[in-house]
Every structure is written in structure tokens, then in C-alpha cells.
Design a protein around this ligand. Structure first.
Ligand SMILES: C[S@@+](CC[C@H](N)C(=O)[O-])C[C@H]1O[C@@H](n2cnc3c(N)ncnc32)[C@H](O)[C@@H]1O
Length: 255
């Protein structure tokens, strides 16, 4: 049993990855293993009930907006908290991306039996909190997907850690990889410091919701719906216009 309280996950070297194989909830027949407390804590919360409840709520919320047989991109996928629920949708194909290597390596092993549907990609992006030694700027990272191949991009508690240039670049990348008419669901914290629209550090970023909507429009996506608050963060449904006419309309709205 791993004691989350005694493990400093941030100081764990990727070279010590064997510690992430330590199981606190043993794998069951024909089922995905659970990431252990170290990994759960690293990208979410160590407590199993909370980890599963948040993951299930997110997956159910996103699933309400998915077409049949969707292609899903999960940016900042952590240790597969959402992916394990998407796994239950047999028509769904998935790409998860993260700069926290232990989470990605664990997912690659855990989902090895479903590698025809689930792909996990690590990039050495720089983040003070999650990958301080990373050499790649998030503002220059190109998602490992072709233009227009994704039905839905999910960013669950990712924009809560991105500085503004990175957030702008990721919105542009989301636009690029999304099919016309496709969507994205992004959560943010919505209480920036007084007198600002975007504030904080990589541990917690807050964005004014109207300002966030304007950043989305600048990237070519529009806010179709403010879905609501999910576990303390506000979730937005974004849509890429379906055709040229709709794209022109969105462009004119940029003001
Ligand atoms: C709060 S965790 C959320 C993880 C996962 N989405 C979940 O809900 O369990 C934020 C995740 O985003 C990742 N992350 C931080 N900055 C990133 C970036 N610039 N690009 C991709 N992933 C990033 C972190 O490594 C971490 O796994």
C-alpha cells in the first residue's frame, strides 16, 4: 500500500518509475488497473473515492456532447482519470497528451491491451509545477494530431495551469485539430485578481469568463455553452464552426 502523505511526488525522478508500479488497489481480470496514490495525487487527488467521482462526473459530462464513434483528444490527461471511463465506450478512440512523464508511462502500460484505441503521448514541456526540467515551451508545442481529425478535445483542469501565451497557443492548436463542427470542453477558474482578466501562476491560473470567451473566438472557436461548475471549476463547451459561412460569422464576431 502506498502512503500518499509520505511521498513527495514532485521530487520523484522518472528514473525511479518502478515506484509507480506499486499497486494499492490490485488489478482485476479484464479490467484496467488503478494508478496508485502517488500518481493519483500527482495529477488529481490521492483519495480513491474522490478520484473516481471526479473522473466519472467529467466523463459523463463530456459524453453528453459526443457524437457516435468519436475521436477524443485529452490534453493534460494525467494518469488516465477520464480515459478509464472513456474506455467503456467501445466506439471511442483516444489520444492523451501530458508533460508529466510518469503518468504517461503508466497509462501506456495500463492501456496496452487497448492500444488500437488508446494512445498516450509524452512531450518534454516545461512547467514549474509538473515538469520543471522540461525543455519545450508549451507556447510552441504542436499537438501530435493532424488538422481536423478530432471530434472532441477535453482539457480538465489544464487551463487552470497555463499562462496566457500558452493558453492562446493551445486554443489555436485545438482549433487546428478539431473537425469542422467539432467541440472542446475546457474548465477554468473564474476569479482573477481584482482589476485583471488573467492572473496567477502555474499552481493556479484564474481567467475572467468573458475574457476566456474572447480568447476562444480569437482562436476561431466560439463558446456554445457555459456548462456549469464541476468540482469547483467552470466548464465551457466550445464549438468549431461547421462550414465556411459559419467560420466567416465567427471571424466577424472577433470585432
Ligand atoms: C490538475 S492536473 C489534471 C489532470 C487530468 N486532466 C485529470 O483531470 O485528472 C493538470 C495536468 O496537466 C498537465 N499539464 C500541465 N501543463 C501542461 C501543458 N502545458 N501541456 C500539457 N499538459 C500539461 C499536468 O502534468 C497534469 O497532469
Amino acid at each position: 500500500m502506498t502512503d500518499a502523505g509520505s511521498v513527495m511526488w514532485r521530487s520523484a525522478s522518472p528514473k525511479e518509475l518502478h515506484m509507480f508500479d506499486d499497486q494499492d488497489w490490485p488489478a482485476q481480470p479484464n479490467s484496467l488497473p488503478l494508478p496508485n496514490a502517488v500518481l493519483r495525487e500527482a495529477s488529481s487527488v490521492a483519495d480513491v473515492a474522490a478520484f473516481m467521482a471526479i473522473g466519472e462526473a467529467w466523463a459523463q459530462m463530456v459524453s453528453a456532447y459526443l457524437p457516435a464513434n468519436p475521436r477524443v483528444l485529452d490534453v493534460g490527461c494525467g494518469c488516465g482519470k477520464l480515459a478509464r471511463f472513456f474506455y467503456l465506450n467501445p466506439g471511442l478512440t483516444y489520444v492523451g497528451v501530458d508533460l508529466y512523464e510518469p503518468g504517461i508511462l503508466w497509462c501506456q502500460k495500463a492501456f496496452a491491451g487497448a492500444s488500437d484505441r488508446f494512445r498516450f503521448v509524452h512531450f518534454d514541456g516545461n512547467s514549474e509545477v509538473y515538469n520543471a526540467a522540461g525543455g519545450v515551451k508549451a507556447s510552441e508545442y504542436v499537438f501530435p494530431l493532424k488538422a481536423g481529425e478530432v471530434d472532441m478535445t477535453v482539457c480538465a483542469s489544464l487551463f487552470t495551469h497555463l499562462f496566457e501565451p500558452d493558453a492562446r497557443h493551445y486554443l489555436a492548436e485545438i482549433y487546428r485539430v478539431t473537425k469542422p463542427g467539432g467541440a472542446a470542453i475546457i474548465s477554468i477558474h473564474v476569479t482573477p485578481a481584482e482589476g485583471t482578466k488573467f492572473s496567477g501562476d502555474e499552481a493556479r491560473i484564474d481567467i475572467d469568463p468573458d475574457y476566456f470567451a474572447s480568447l476562444c473566438v480569437e482562436a476561431g472557436m466560439h463558446v456554445e455553452k457555459r456548462i456549469g461548475v464541476i468540482y469547483g471549476q467552470t466548464a465551457f463547451l466550445l464549438r468549431k464552426p461547421a462550414g465556411l459561412r459559419a467560420a466567416a460569422k465567427a471571424f466577424l464576431k472577433r470585432g
